[in-house]
Design a protein around this ligand. Structure first.
Ligand code: FE
Ligand code: CA
Length: 530
């Protein structure tokens, strides 16, 4: 807190006065709008022909596939542009896409801009593609060609597909370990990779750090960009991005630990947190393969969205940070208090909640996924004096809205709801029951919580903490706190989750193995040992 105070002081004494930042916020919104309309700036862009060095040092990525389109991403190395005197210029950049890795037949090519206002990130939304098809893509800047990326479109909404295979990742504190998990993920050539947030961390924490962030806690747009640069420079992460399309959402550390809407962790005013959010959300867009969110404006960036993969699966991608009421009773593990039980508190916010409930009421895919951040199943513990403790940052901290969600799943009879969760740096499998206080209450869905890529360091299989929580929460069936990712294989009859783990992340190159498999049968909600 002391460090941040000094930082805030320096920050507020800098040219980034409140007025300056509000003006900057407006400009950033403008910059994001320009990103959506590359054609309009086409004439103003600069064409670079001869480069001395590779500008594609952050790799390539693709994301948010639909049945006929996908977003292709890259970002030009700003140091190299600076050396060429082009750092303030908007740059023309070409892409091509093919069904063959050798690019024998180039299916589509185009030129878009990498705007200076967006730090020379490039987002090409390529349309008119075939459904359920693997494509390869690459970028071209002058004489330099980028690495090749592999991507895949979604199946048409009414298509009967027999399988979808995807990985689930979250929480990749760069200083806590090597991204070995991503190397293994890349080797699997998934249909899809889902990232549930904590893609970057805003500050250092923990012990036994194996590598260092480029600076202290991040606050400004320049800070957030530098942090993404650090993470994106990792070759294993780049390999995973190049191996499959990603669906990303954010958690708290993309802005500030455990922030809630406009309330930060430390001594920041809501106004300061919103300035920070403006910078953080802009950097997120710049570095992620996503379409420009409709309705973004300054600190507001709606990223919740729905993606469909044939009749087999639909993903409701949620944001449980931007709209939530502040954590009750002081956050952390606490006894319930009046605030905790206040039915006016929200986790999803009104607009997202209405959108989600409407979607769940009309859902017709076999598997209906909630891809989100924090654990839905209750994870209460017992304190030293026998008192009941609630983790206030999780859905446990918002019991009214959780009950509402469970009731919607039950009453709307949403087919096979499955929740995917990150955030807590451990693996869990749980039944979603209508009443977590009644072991015999109806099971309405399954929850698979995926561990971190690196956050928390090597971790271990079991601990007293894990044992106590399993004992106290009979709807929770499995716990493990090593590092890795989930591998989900979906068919019309079965959802299979393999919990893939590494023995350690503090050294690079560890082997991956399946620690445990849990399944859910279609039509039979709840998790079973596979
Ligand atoms: Fe995390
Ligand atoms: Ca988190």
């Amino acid at each position: 807190m002391k460090i941040l105070s000094q930082q805030w002081q320096d920050y507020l004494n800098s040219p980034f006065s409140r007025r300056h930042l509000l003006r900057l916020g407006a400009q950033l919104s403008g910059a994001l709008a320009l990103g959506a309309m590359p054609g309009l700036l086409h004439g103003a862009a600069r064409r670079l022909t001869s480069l001395q060095a590779d500008p594609f040092t952050l790799g390539v990525a693709s994301g948010d596939p639909t049945a006929d389109s996908v977003v292709l991403w890259t970002r030009l190395d700003n140091d190299i542009l600076r050396e060429m005197g082009a750092e303030l210029d908007t740059i023309e950049i070409a892409y091509e896409i093919s069904t063959s890795e050798s690019f024998r037949n180039v299916l589509r090519q185009g030129v878009i801009i990498a705007p200076a206002e967006l730090g020379h990130s490039a987002h090409a939304e390529v349309r008119g593609l075939q459904a359920d098809t693997v494509y390869f893509y690459r970028w071209q800047l002058g004489n330099i060609t980028s690495p090749i990326g592999r991507t895949k479109t979604a199946a048409a909404a009414d298509a009967d597909i027999q399988q979808l295979r995807f990985a689930v990742a979250s929480c990749q504190q760069y200083e806590h370990g090597y991204f070995t998990a991503y190397q293994h993920m890349a080797d699997e050539h998934f249909d899809l990779i889902v990232h549930l947030g904590d893609y970057i961390y805003e500050k250092s924490w923990g012990q036994n750090l194996v590598r260092a962030h480029e600076g202290p806690e991040i606050i400004t747009l320049a800070n957030y960009r530098a942090r993404y640069n650090t993470y994106k420079s990792d070759p294993d992460l780049q390999a995973a991005h190049a191996s499959a399309p990603w669906i990303v959402t954010w958690d708290d550390h993309e802005v500030d630990n455990n922030y809630a809407a406009d309330i930060g962790e430390d001594d920041q005013t809501p106004e300061q947190l919103l300035m920070r959010r403006t910078a953080a959300y802009q950097a997120f867009y710049e570095f992620m393969p996503i379409r420009l969110p409709v309705g973004r404006q300054g600190p507001d960036m709606p990223i919740y969205r729905r993606l469909r993969f044939g009749k087999l699966a639909e993903f409701n991608v949620l944001d449980t940070r931007q709209y939530r009421s502040d954590q009750a009773c002081g956050d952390g593990r606490k006894q319930s208090c009046a605030e905790h039980l206040d039915s006016s508190r929200t986790l999803l916010g009104g607009a997202q909640k209405e959108w989600l409930y409407n979607g769940l009421a009309t859902a017709d895919a076999t598997w209906n996924v909630l891809a989100q951040q924090i654990m839905v199943a209750s994870l209460r513990s017992v304190g030293d004096a026998g008192e009941e403790l609630w983790p206030m940052d999780l859905w446990d901290g918002y019991p009214f809205e959780r009950q509402e969600l469970l009731n919607v799943l039950d009453q709307a009879a949403t087919p096979n709801p499955v929740v995917l969760t990150g955030d807590i740096h451990s693996n869990w499998a749980a039944n979603l029951q209508l009443d977590f206080d009644n072991e015999n209450s109806k099971v309405v869905g399954s929850e698979f919580v995926g561990t971190s890529i690196t956050s928390g360091g090597d971790g271990r299989d079991m601990s007293d903490y894990g044992t106590a929580l399993l004992d106290n929460n009979p709807h929770v069936k499995f716990y493990n706190a090593q590092r890795g990712y989930l591998c989900a294989t979906l068919t019309p009859e079965l959802w299979k989750t393999d919990y893939k783990i590494l023995p350690l992340v503090t050294q690079a190159g560890a082997d991956i193995s399946i620690r445990k498999t849990y399944i859910t049968e279609a039509g039979n909600p709840g998790v079973q040992e596979g």
